[in-house]
Design a protein around this ligand. Sequence first.
Ligand code: 5GP
Ligand code: ZN
Length: 114
Amino acid sequence: MEECLFCRIINKEIPSTNVYEDEDVLAFNDINPVAPVHVLVIPKKHISTFFAMEPGDELLIGKVHKAAVQVAQKLGLNEKGFRLVSNCQRGGGQLVFHIHYHLIAGRPFGWPPG
Ligand code: 5GP
Ligand code: ZN
């Protein structure tokens, strides 16, 4: 998956500012933040979209969620809260086809999203 941007970040071929890493998950600051806090939380396994998940990947996605909460705790967001968003397919706003969650915080967010 050398052509995948996020796989290249995982492989350190492209620099990133990491805020969390374990054997299954990486979290790093978004290059173009839309909020004061904008962290991307990704599985190290290349999975293009939720529709490409294989049996067993649900455990991995659970680990990604847990890592996102750990990042939020580390950033002191327990009380203030945060938004965890994943865009799926082009119609959902997905531009990078490696599953990722946007952890955003630090400003008010509207609902429904734009
Ligand atoms: P999507 O639209 O796929 O949900 O989100 C992709 C995200 O990846 C965007 O928020 C974009 O700013 C971020 N991004 C794109 N290229 C890079 C990069 O090279 N480094 C980092 N850290 N983030 C990137
Ligand atoms: Zn990838």
